[in-house]
Design a protein. Structure first.
Length: 222
């Protein structure tokens, strides 16, 4: 994503050090896979979560942004980091835990890509491994759309996030009510052009246990 190549140097100042997310994630891992020690993060970004998990797990990360991975390599030098798409990533190792946090899975736009992502994760999980991820629901995104733009000041910078609904790509003959149209996240951190990410509707917090043959999904929606 070209937008993250620009946003990378501001990312940690906006998102924080990842300690709170890492603590919550550790609790989920202990509940789902207490004996696990090999972990992969999809969409690892600048390594803010991995830097806290590296003391208890062998950590690896996948991200599509070279700029984000450059920051991550400085913060988590012992991690295995791969510049790949999180839908079709190819890594030989198997993992006790695969995680995807900060709504990163919302960047996956098509249902066919969701199916490929889950199938790929299943192949990379060791027997009894778990997939933990968080996502924005349709209801949550509609609340964000209705809210005023979010303004965040950090250092000498200003970040403005305004979420709006985009037209669907369905044929014109199929009417779609506005509440079912996929939202778009526009981020403008005082740059010459806004950063735009399309997102898709979903569930909110899910922990998925996957064995060699069976996958069970546990979701909490909002």
């Amino acid at each position: 994503m070209p937008a993250y190549e620009v946003f990378a140097k501001f990312y940690d100042a906006v998102m924080g050090d990842g300690s709170e997310a890492s603590s919550h994630l550790t609790r989920l891992i202990q509940a789902a896979q207490p004996a696990g020690n090999n972990l992969l993060e999809l969409g690892c970004g600048t390594g803010s979560v991995l830097q806290h998990l590296q003391h208890d797990y062998r950590v690896s990360g996948v991200d599509l942004s070279s700029a984000m991975l450059s920051v991550a390599r400085r913060k988590v030098p012992k991690a295995k980091l791969f510049r790949q798409n999180m839908v079709d990533f190819k890594i030989a190792d198997q993992f006790d835990v695969v995680c995807c946090v900060y709504d990163t899975i919302n960047h996956v736009q098509r249902f066919s890509q969701w199916k490929r992502l889950f199938a790929n994760v299943c192949r990379r999980l060791a027997p009894g491994g778990c997939f933990i991820f968080d996502i924005n629901t349709q209801r949550k995104l509609q609340r964000v759309i209705a809210a005023p733009p979010w303004v965040h000041r950090f250092e000498k910078n200003l970040l403005i996030i305004d979420v709006t609904a985009l037209p669907t790509r369905l044929p014109a003959s199929i009417p779609v009510p506005p509440k079912f149209r996929p939202p778009a996240l526009s981020m403008t951190p005082l740059m010459s052009a806004p950063i735009t990410f399309e997102t898709a509707p979903k569930a909110v917090l899910a922990a998925t246990r996957v064995t060699k043959r069976v996958a069970a999904f546990f979701c909490v929606t909002s």
